[in-house]
Design a protein around this ligand. Structure first.
Ligand code: NDP
Ligand code: MG
Length: 369
């Protein structure tokens, strides 16, 4: 019986994780839950799962207690955004087994997080479907035998849209993802393709592979969740239905597989699988993320914070969809990179970028909205 803490239990990943746990009462037990603003849902979850520890709102002490409590074996981190970084570090320091959905924490501080996990002998098991696919393909393989990683992308709701029409994209348009149902921030990131850029950085750190050996490939059917090519020319892929409960269950049950009643891929119904290059001109966020990945140091944290601010401004109808990359680029261009940052440098860069983004948003008189 694995005793599990779910941080961010009121979100999309959190509620899916609770469904997985509910359907496997002999394998998993919920010992801790954390929410943030959705107190009603958290209250319902507490009554249904009866955890021993609960936290809500902005309460770092309670979150830290959950991450370090001896009644917790496994910490599932499904908090969105930069707020997940501290809990991730607390869980690592406490030597817990970790499953990680949050990608922003690795984008901000990947080298520090991975070094700390390695020094404590802590496993970070990915939940993000692409990273879970790569993790499964790499299982028991020699990392030196990896030639290339193919990170698949659905292409989002605006694949193939002429750039001129993108000026009119509304928030509800951007929230209609063709394949996945997710939280607001990641859904907008999927529409700009920033999500794929964040995932490149996430994969670099999780698997110790340089940016140049990660190839993004658009695969609209989203049946292949990513692939690994080895030096002998063999390619391994992981396929499944587009249901986050599949990678969540594997992260919780790892290293074994347990049965699930979730749907299988209907290959005949799916028919052909398609692949294409991403359109870097139509989706400039992708290029900005790759630039941050190659630059390294404090730049990924700055890019991530600027993106957060720009997405928030778009959702608040203060800027247009096509202006999201404009804000990110201006903040990145103003940043003086620190090549080997410590945690304070990263927190400082994050705070600087949020302030710079807010000044940029406040100053410009030319925003379309
Ligand atoms: P949601 O927005 O649906 O949920 C976010 C969760 O974090 C909620 O429980 C929310 O609480 C909580 N939260 C928000 N802000 C804070 C804060 N400052 N402190 C503590 N808790 C907070 O997001 P998703 O579930 O979609 O995504 C979570 C993470 O997983 C993201 O990093 C995302 O990139 C990643 N991910 C998500 C996927 C998906 O399919 N959804 C796929 C792959 C990765 P409340 O709602 O109570 O305010
Ligand atoms: Mg993903």
């Amino acid at each position: 019986m694995k005793r599990i803490a779910i941080l961010g239990s009121t979100g999309s990943i959190g509620t899916n994780a609770l469904e997985v746990i509910k359907s496997h009462p002999d394998e998993f037990r919920v010992t801790a839950l954390s929410g943030y603003s959705n107190v009603r849902l958290l209250d319902r979850q507490v009554r249904a799962f009866r955890p021993q520890l609960v936290s809500s709102g902005d309460d770092p002490a309670a979150l830290r207690r959950i991450c370090t409590d001896r009644r917790v074996d496994h910490v599932l981190i499904a908090i969105s955004g930069a707020a997940a970084l501290d809990p991730l570090l607390w869980a690592i320091d406490a030597g817990k087994e970790i499953s990680l959905a949050n990608k922003e924490s690795l984008v901000m501080a990947g080298p520090l997080v991975m070094a700390r996990a390695e020094s404590r002998g802590v496993k970070i098991i990915p939940i993000d479907s692409e990273q879970s696919a790569i993790w499964q393909c790499l299982d028991k393989q020699d990392r030196k035998a990896v030639k290339r990683i193919y990170l698949t992308a659905s292409g989002g709701p605006f694949r193939g849209m002429p750039p001129a029409r993108m000026r009119d994209i509304s928030v509800p348009d951007a929230l209609k993802h063709p394949r996945w149902k997710m939280g607001t921030k990641i859904t907008i990131d999927s529409a700009t393709l920033m999500n794929k850029g964040l995932e490149v950085i996430e994969a670099m750190h999780l698997f110790g592979v340089p940016c140049a050996r990660i190839k993004i490939i658009v695969h609209p059917e989203s049946v292949i969740h990513s692939m690994v090519e080895f030096i002998d020319g063999s390619v391994m892929a992981q396929l499944s239905a587009t249901d986050m409960r599949i990678p969540i269950q594997y992260a919780l049950s790892y290293p074994v597989r347990i049965p699930s009643s979730l749907s299988s891929v209907d290959f005949v119904k799916t028919g052909a699988l398609h692949f294409e290059e991403p359109d870097m001109d139509a989706f400039p966020c992708l290029g900005l993320a790759l630039r941050a990945a190659r630059t390294g140091g404090t730049m990924p944290a700055v890019m991530n914070a600027a993106n957060d601010a720009a997405v928030e401004a778009f959702c608040g109808r203060r800027i247009a969809f096509v202006e999201i990359p404009v804000v990110i680029r201006r903040v990145m261009e103003a940043h003086r990179v620190k090549a080997r940052p410590d945690l304070d440098d990263i927190r400082g860069a994050d705070a600087w970028a949020r302030k710079k983004a807010s000044q940029t948003l406040g100053k410009a008189k030319t925003w379309i909205c």
